[in-house]
Design a protein around this ligand. Structure first.
Ligand SMILES: NC(=O)c1ccc[n+]([C@@H]2O[C@H](COP(=O)([O-])OP(=O)(O)OC[C@H]3O[C@@H](n4cnc5c(N)ncnc54)[C@H](OP(=O)(O)O)[C@@H]3O)[C@@H](O)[C@H]2O)c1
Length: 231
């Protein structure tokens, strides 16, 4: 039996990753603010145990308890536990003089602090178990390409990359941690950025959409799931 904790499963890439991991012998905890009934139905049809955990990752103080609650439902016999830090928000979009301080805090909570604290909680709370821990942080090209109007998203993804690299250098028993960059994917997040008035990169995203250059969430998820299952 393998266990998976996937954040941001209500739509987009996280939904596809979760869908493709639905298999017999997989125990899945899907985390988001909104449920997606089709995942529950698919899991029931495939004899897969899937628990939806309704949680707002901006609530960073509750993350340790979130993992504790999940770990209570993961028995000692599982061979591996995989955490996929996929949930993120691209908002607020716009130059720094156009967003409020509280919006900046929320963005960093969701995109950076939540994956950091999920990683820490998982590592600490599984330290005594004889289990392979796999942590996948979903990155972005925005971690490397500075973009006007996307300062918080770019900064949080760049910091998440560096966080991942640092943990890779630490010595933790049976831990595999890496980042994946999905490229431009046709999801709600892309749509939001594409349609944001005054955002200079919106025209580039629009052109990419029109030219069919956006990847499908299904194809990107296939690659991520293949790597996760081989980890
Ligand atoms: N789309 C792209 O072109 C692209 C490119 C590079 C990287 N990425 C990365 O790929 C990942 C998935 O993006 P996507 O395009 O699939 O985005 P999306 O369509 O906007 O989906 C985001 C998911 O994250 C969840 N989420 C957001 N805020 C949350 C919160 N506070 N608490 C719990 N869950 C939250 C959402 O669920 P709820 O709203 O139900 O909570 C949703 O399921 C992200 O890490 C993103 O940065 C995307």
């Amino acid at each position: 039996m393998r266990a998976f904790i996937i954040t941001g499963t209500s739509r987009g890439l996280g939904y596809e990753i979760c869908k493709q991991l639905i298999k017999r012998n997989h125990l899945i905890f899907s985390v988001a603010r909104n449920n997606n009934d089709s995942l529950i139905e698919l899991a029931a049809q495939n004899d897969c145990k899937l628990h939806f955990v309704k949680y707002d990752l901006q609530n960073i103080d509750g993350i340790s308890e979130l993992i504790r609650g999940i770990m209570k439902r993961v028995n000692e016999e599982v061979e591996s536990i995989t955490l996929i830090n996929n949930a993120a928000q691209v908002t607020p979009l716009g130059n720094i003089d156009n967003y409020r301080p509280e919006e900046a805090v929320k963005s960093i909570q969701t995109n950076l602090l939540a994956p950091i604290l999920l990683t820490q909680s998982l590592i600490n709370q599984t330290a005594e178990r004889n289990v392979h821990r796999i942590i996948v942080n979903v990155s972005s090209g925005s971690a490397k390409d500075a973009t006007a109007g996307m300062s918080l998203y770019c900064a949080s993804k760049a910091a998440l990359n560096m966080f991942t690299s640092c943990i890779q250098l630490e010595d933790h028993k049976s831990l595999t941690i890496y980042k994946v960059d999905p490229g431009m994917v046709d999801t709600t997040m892309q749509e939001l950025a594409r349609n944001q008035e005054g955002l200079s990169i919106a025209a580039f995203f629009k052109e990419a959409k029109e030219k069919g250059a956006l990847k499908s969430a299904e194809d990107v998820a296939k690659k991520i799931v293949r790597r996760v299952l081989a980890s």
